[in-house]
Design a protein around this ligand. Structure first.
Ligand code: AMP
Length: 303
């Protein structure tokens, strides 16, 4: 464990104050590896998963470099609306009182409203590739003016078929002078197709699985496949009235199957997966946040 603390980095006051107020003391491994080079303007290839602190690893250098001019200077591309929202929220508090306008740009939301916001001045865009292209083609967004491009969860964007869109975005950013590429895995296709767009990148890796949150006690239960439903039922029965439970499944089909099976045992559950409309997804999420739904079964869109 290194003893480097955020204070050693001579970060801008607005960022340091925000981080200190949040109680962060030391950078995570990926932050320690990526932030110093990214602050110097180097391109980065970062291997890191959700939970490693990767958002701040690209967020801090981006927020330091971007100025509140009302012209987009940095863009973060994400595979899902949920991740875009999460990244936006994190960037929003990390910037402290710098006053940057950070806008999420993703599909499933009112396009006219979003266009108006873009027209009225934005400094950082966090968006999904399709909507970003849409806004560029409609001339509400000028990619030529943007100097920093960050790809968050590049492997998921590849899996979701966004690669042609990403290539389009790359080729329409002729004034890009820094690229930050973060991914949990690096399939050959990502390496091959980003090679021409990266300039002598620094490669950084993180083995950190998750930032440790001391208030969270983690347990695992070894159970045969046939007994999983029974095991889950035991956990749900033992929950206190005030407890909530979030169950992650790999597929939408599994979410529905589990809802049905648990429903038959009179456990009422809310569900969340990528095929639901944005509106519905937000309703379910806010129902869960407010404690209205005790149990939520979700694919990793909820993560
Ligand atoms: P991420 O991988 O960016 O989604 O971050 C995972 C979680 O760790 C988020 O809740 C962050 O706010 C938190 N986090 C990130 N960096 C640090 C840090 N250096 N110290 C404490 N918490 C952190």
């Amino acid at each position: 464990m290194s003893n480097i603390s955020f204070i050693n980095w001579d970060l801008p006051e607005h960022i340091l104050d925000a981080i200190v107020a949040k109680g962060w003391e030391q950078p995570t491994e990926i932050q320690r590896e990526a932030i110093p080079s990214a602050r110097l303007g180097r391109d980065i290839i970062g291997q890191a998963r959700t939970g490693s602190g990767k958002t701040a690893a690209f967020g801090i250098p981006i927020l330091e470099k971007t100025q509140p001019t009302g012209n987009p200077q940095s863009i973060v591309l994400c595979p899902t609306r949920e991740l875009a929202t999460q990244v936006c929220n994190e960037l929003e508090w990390i910037q402290g009182d710098k006053g940057l306008i950070i806008l999420p740009v993703y599909g499933g939301t009112d396009i006219e409203k979003q266009a108006k916001k873009l027209d009225s001045g934005v400094d950082v865009i966090v968006g999904t590739p399709g909507r970003v292209i849409d806004m560029t083609k409609r001339k509400h967004l000028n990619l030529e003016g943007i100097s920093v491009l960050c790809l968050d969860e590049a492997d998921r964007m590849l899996d979701m078929g966004f690669w042609p869109d990403i290539s389009w975005i790359f080729s329409n950013m002729s004034n890009r002078n820094q690229t930050l590429l973060f991914s949990a895995t690096f399939p050959q296709e990502i390496i091959d197709s980003t090679d021409e767009f990266l300039n002598n990148p620094v490669t950084v890796m993180s083995d950190d699985l998750e930032v440790e949150v001391p208030e969270i006690e983690q347990k695992w239960i070894k159970i045969g496949r046939a007994n999983k439903l029974w095991g889950l039922g035991r956990i749900l029965i033992n929950m206190d009235n005030s407890d909530q439970c979030l169950i992650f499944c790999n597929t939408k089909r599994m979410v529905e199957l589990l809802e049905d099976r648990l429903g038959k045992h009179r456990f009422s559950c809310a569900t969340l997966h990528g095929d639901m409309s944005q509106n519905k997804r937000e309703k379910v999420m806010s129902g869960f946040r407010d404690g209205e739904n005790k149990t939520l079964i979700a694919t990793d869109v909820a993560a």
